[in-house]
Design a protein around this ligand. Sequence first.
Ligand SMILES: NC(=O)c1ccc[n+]([C@@H]2O[C@H](COP(=O)([O-])OP(=O)(O)OC[C@H]3O[C@@H](n4cnc5c(N)ncnc54)[C@H](O)[C@@H]3O)[C@@H](O)[C@H]2O)c1
Length: 249
Amino acid sequence: MTNRLADKVAVITGGGAGIGRAIAKRFADEGAHVAIADIGSTDDVKRDVTVAGRRFFASRCDASRPDQVEAFAEGVLKELGRCDILVNNVGIYPLKPFDDLKFEDWKRIFEINVDSQFLMSKAFVPAMKQRGWGRVISLTSTVFWLKIDAYTHYISTKAANIGFTRALATELGPHGITVNAIAPSLVRTATTEASPLAEMFEALPEMLQSIKRTQVPEDLTGAAVFLASDDSAFVTGQTLAVDGGMVRH
Ligand SMILES: NC(=O)c1ccc[n+]([C@@H]2O[C@H](COP(=O)([O-])OP(=O)(O)OC[C@H]3O[C@@H](n4cnc5c(N)ncnc54)[C@H](O)[C@@H]3O)[C@@H](O)[C@H]2O)c1
């Protein structure tokens, strides 16, 4: 590791498991202190971060709820002093055909996948502006460019993540803050393993990716470090496909 994030403080939503946990571990290995907002256990990621010798903070926080985000942000400031890097990772992706979608499903997925991006950015960007340095990185998905059944609601949220990224980059560029997104392919996590998506682990790379193996969370961490570091200082408003060569855009 090259200590490219030495002494930075990173906030990662949904970082208790899956892609967010892998990013947290890699950030800690690169020198960052880490705060996690999650509704589930954060024991594993706490171990990863503290074994790397970094400071760790987590509180149970539903990232879609304004009051819980506010309380979490206060905890981050108290325990770690600031947030330099915000990773809007939290997201749900239940398959459901449009005919079966209820308005409640639509609203809840937008709350978790999109409102969280807004609320966390509102909580942490103002202090980044004051310091003249910051990174906002959001997880979108290659499904935005693909034809996939039963995903009207999910793809709509991932489109919103990209739109937010593109637009906010314009306002924050003058303040030394870059805003970018990462688009994975299908990634093997505990959640995808337990979903019908698991049936595509073998076929999808074979059919659609140039790199013919199933993506794992660690495949995303190099791109996340790049976008979080000074190496990407002149990169903003972009969506980087880290997908084994699935889409071209
Ligand atoms: N896994 C994939 O195949 C894949 C592919 C493309 C994009 N993505 C995107 O990557 C991101 C992470 O996906 P993942 O597969 O690692 O997820 P995951 O399901 O493995 O982990 C999500 C984490 O978020 C937490 N969480 C859920 N709801 C929450 C809430 N309301 N507030 C706070 N925490 C909450 C969970 O407890 C869990 O720790 C998502 O935005 C997803 O859309 C995933």
